[in-house]
Each structure stands twice: as C-alpha cells, then as structure tokens.
Design a protein around this ligand. Structure first.
Ligand SMILES: Cc1cc2nc3c(=O)[nH]c(=O)nc-3n(C[C@H](O)[C@H](O)[C@H](O)COP(=O)(O)OP(=O)(O)OC[C@H]3O[C@@H](n4cnc5c(N)ncnc54)[C@H](O)[C@@H]3O)c2cc1C
Length: 468
C-alpha cells in the first residue's frame, strides 16, 4: 500500500483494504445502491410508485433519443403530474445530488433529452398537459409544458386563432421541449421562432424554487427577462412547467402550396420574391435537394412531384395564388408538404447518421452546398431545410458513430462563412465542443456564470450545451 492511500474500513460490511481495491469498490457499489434505493423511495413518495419507472424494458425508449444515436441506462424515469410534484422531485434530486434530464416528446435531434450517465433520472413532463381558457382579447393561452404542439394548434383553432410554431414533429414535440430548444419550424418566415411566441414562463429551478411569469402583461420592463433566459436553455437552467403563449390570426384557408424545380438556391430565393405580391403573402419557404427527393419518394412510396429532376426543389406556401413564370416546372397541391415533412424520417431509414442543423448567410448558401460533398467525402450527404432563414439540415450517412471528423469539418466551414452551428435544434450533447465556433469566449463565460448561478451543483442536464 502506498503511504498516502487511505484505508476503507467498514465493520458493518466487514470489508478492509486500500482505496481502489476490490473490497473498496464493492463497498462503494453497495453504498451507491443503498443511496439509489433511498432516492427511489423518496421519488415514489413524491409522484406515486407507478410514475417512477425503473424496469429497463420500460425505460429504454426514454433513454434513447429519436435518432437512435444517443442512449443511456437510467436510474429512473420520473413522471410528475403537476407543479407541486416537480418541485418535490427537484428538491429530492438536489438533496441527493442526482442529475436530472428534463424530457418532453423526446423528438430532439441533438441528444439533449437523454442522459449521458447512468446515475441520472429522466424527468418526463408529458403529464403536465393542462391549459387555461384561450384569452381571445389578449390572444394568449397558458399551456402545460407537456402539451404537444398539435394540441396547442387544436385549442387555438377552436378560438379561431393559430399558434405560430409548426413542425413535422408536432404530434409528439411538447411546448416545454420547443421552448427549451427555441424550436423554429416551417412558420418562422411568417410568425418568428418559439422565442417570438413566448409571453412568460413558469419554471422550477434546480433547488425546487419556482419562478413564474405566466401572468405576464403584453408589456413589462421590470428587470431581467428570466422567461427569455429559459428559451433555448435546453434543460440546463430550469424545468419549464408551463408557458404563456401568444396566439396569431388563423392561416388563410385558401392558402396555396407550390413545388418548383430549380437549379440553385439563389434561383429559388429570386423566384420567391417574384411569386408573391408582398412578404405578408408568404406562409412558408422550404427546400429539398434531389438526393433527398429521391430518398423520400422511395421511402414513402411517393411519385416524383414535378416533370423533371432538378438539383433542388422549392416548396413555397402563399396566402394567394403565386405568380409563377410560364417556364417553370411546378406542381400545386397541399399534399406536397409530405415530401418535405418526411425528410427526417426518410433520413433515419438509412440508419444512424450524423444530422447537422446549421444556418448560413443567404448569399453563402450555394457556395457552401457546392463544397459540402468534399467536406464529408467519401460519405453520402444530402440536405433540406427552411430556405427563408438560410437553415440547412445536413444528413451525412456512412461515418462510424464515433467518427466526428466529417461533422466537425462541416461546422468549421459553416463558421468560416459567418454561419451558426445550430439554427434551431440546439447544441445538445452533439455539439458542446463546437460551441466556440458560434459564441465568443466572453459570451461562453457569461453563459457559464448564469448556469452556475441557477444550478450551482450542475445537476440539470450535465454534458448538454457545455463540455463538462
Ligand atoms: C420529424 C422531425 C421534424 C422536426 N422538425 C423540426 C423543425 O422543423 N424545427 C425544429 O426546431 N425542430 C424540429 N425537430 C426537432 C424537435 O422536434 C424539436 O427540437 C422540439 O423542440 C423538441 O421538443 P420535445 O418536446 O420533443 O423535446 P425533447 O426532445 O424531449 O427535449 C429537447 C431538449 O429540451 C429539454 N426539455 C424538454 N422539455 C423540457 C422542459 N419541460 N423543461 C426544460 N427543458 C426541457 C431537454 O432536456 C432537451 O435538452 C424535428 C424533429 C423530428 C423528429
């Protein structure tokens, strides 16, 4: 035994030996198990035994992300039903130093909704699905964090209004998750991102303290915008339990969806300006490349939508009939959305790939896409995205799961062109080591200072957003 090694000496377990020896490891293992049992007992007291899931068969879907790329063993899945239960769970986890990973619909694409280690609990917020009456006068509603985006659309529609965020994962993605990732989606060009829809947030901090601005006024400048801080925080600052949302005028029922084959994204953007009378006419501007188009047609059994094959396809939705030049290869049909909305599913059918979500300045898009294959060669790559915001979703298939170099090369090229490493999916577990490509040292230091102020023990979603 080296002189500075301490003796672990436990009469109760009759174990003796130096730190690190077999007996010591056994003792630590027994102690950890006892601690876990005591945590589980307290969590069961908090939410009811049937809402603390520990059977690996049952917890596996909560521990594996939508892409299948990230998965982890869990201590438990805890499913609180209301704010009071979330508060108690957070107090138990703070007292016992158990990491907490907030989870909504588990549709996130950067691994942020699943733990990075087996000592964590997944806090599933799906049961927080209550909502207030829609206030038609202020055009606002308070939605529980567990409501899906589709459910909020349904209650807004009943009041003759709409919710400004829409995305293909609408049936599973939750309000809490979309706020935590500042989700974008297909209506950003019309209504802005999730941040633009949030009036105020109710959230539980790591120590169980509740911060609540869901009674927020249309205008309020009294101090820091704590709700705004929660938007895009990816479960690292607090657990969002409810959100006061802004609602919008319903979309025109006679809106028109058009698909046009184009040679470049520059041509597509020029066409968008031509087809509409005013920007108010524009409801969505998306694109698919030809590899993605062929893939989704094969995957979903769809016919090719226009006469010929083109490098890119513009999907534009307008309030009125678009003014199309006679020469274009176009189709008009609301069902054309399927080609765009099923891209992620089609990509996943190729196996576990590397999915990236970047933003580029509009005038850099074509040059970047021309360079992309050489950045990831010899692997297969295709892209689609929200053209109005220069938001490109990139799917690279072929590299091993632990081969991060192709993705890193793409992100470096994006940064060189003045783009962002995350346009709408967040940083998650996928990109913390690349955060400095999009944020300067002073900004990262300020972000870390906020994190330590609100979560001094670092228990909320460790390994997400920042390297640990
Ligand atoms: C087919 C498909 C299409 C998609 N299209 C788009 C798109 O167009 N635009 C877009 O932005 N995204 C898109 N996504 C990604 C995904 O749907 C969004 O990121 C969405 O916001 C995640 O919501 P969720 O409830 O599933 O969150 P989860 O996946 O459960 O969690 C995502 C992150 O939010 C945190 N979180 C979840 N709930 C809470 C909470 N209550 N409090 C605090 N933190 C929380 C988690 O810890 C995690 O870091 C798509 C995904 C799929 C599968």
């Amino acid at each position: 035994m080296t002189p500075n090694r301490k003796r672990a000496n436990c009469c109760f377990f009759r174990l003796r030996g130096p730190v690190g020896c077999r007996n010591h490891r056994l003792l630590r293992c027994v102690m950890a198990r006892l601690l876990n049992v005591s945590v589980l007992v307290r969590l069961r007291d908090a939410v009811g035994a049937e809402h603390v899931l520990t059977d690996p068969e049952v917890t596996r879907p909560y521990g594996t992300d939508w892409t299948g790329r990230w998965s982890a063993q869990l201590l438990a899945v805890v499913r609180p039903a209301n704010l009071a239960e979330v508060v108690t769970v957070m107090k138990v986890c703070a007292a016992t130093r158990v990491p907490v990973v907030p989870q909504g619909g588990n549709t996130g694409l950067v691994g942020g909704s699943v733990p990075g280690s087996s000592d964590a609990v997944v806090l599933s917020l799906r049961r927080l699905a209550e909502h207030s009456v829609v206030d038609v006068r202020s055009r606002q509603v308070t939605a529980g964090a567990g409501m899906t985006v589709a459910q909020v659309h349904a209650i807004a529609a009943e009041a003759g209004l709409t919710y400004g965020v829409d995305l293909a994962s609408r049936d599973s993605a939750t309000i809490g998750g979309t706020v935590a990732t500042n989700a974008g989606g297909v209506r950003v060009v019309r209504f802005g991102d999730t941040r633009s829809q949030v009036v105020g947030v109710e959230a539980v901090l790591a120590d169980g303290t509740v911060v609540d601005r869901t009674n927020a006024l249309p205008k309020d400048s009294a101090g820091y915008d704590i709700s705004g801080l929660m938007v895009g925080s990816e479960g690292t600052l607090a657990v969002v339990t409810a959100v006061r949302l802004r609602l919008r005028d319903a979309l025109p029922s006679g809106r028109v969806t058009t698909m046009v084959g184009v040679r470049s994204l520059d041509e597509a953007s020029g066409l968008v300006e031509y087809v509409v009378d005013s920007r108010d006419d524009l409801l969505a501007v998306e694109y698919i490349d030809d590899v993605g188009m062929r893939l989704v047609c094969d995957f979903a059994g769809l016919a090719h939508p226009v006469a010929a094959h083109w490098p890119y396809y513009l999907l534009v939705e307008t309030a009125q009939n678009p003014r199309l030049p006679g020469s274009v290869d176009a189709a008009v049909d609301r069902r054309l959305w399927a080609y765009r909305e099923r891209q992620s599913e089609a990509a996943t059918s190729l196996g576990i790939g590397h999915a990236l979500d970047v933003a580029l300045p509009p005038d850099a898009l074509d040059a970047f896409l021309a360079r992309l294959p050489s950045l990831v060669q010899p692997h297969r790559v295709f892209t689609f995205g929200h053209l109005a915001e220069g938001n490109v979703h990139i799917h690279v298939n072929g590299p091993a799961a632990d081969d991060h170099e192709p993705a890193a090369a793409v992100l470096r090229a994006v940064a060189e062109l003045g783009g962002s490493i995350s346009s709408e999916h967040g940083v998650g577990r996928a990109k913390p080591e690349h955060l400095s490509l999009s944020r300067g040292p002073a900004e990262i230091a300020a972000m870390r200072a906020v994190k330590s102020a609100l979560d001094p023990q670092g228990l909320l979603n460790p390994g997400v957003l920042f390297t640990v």
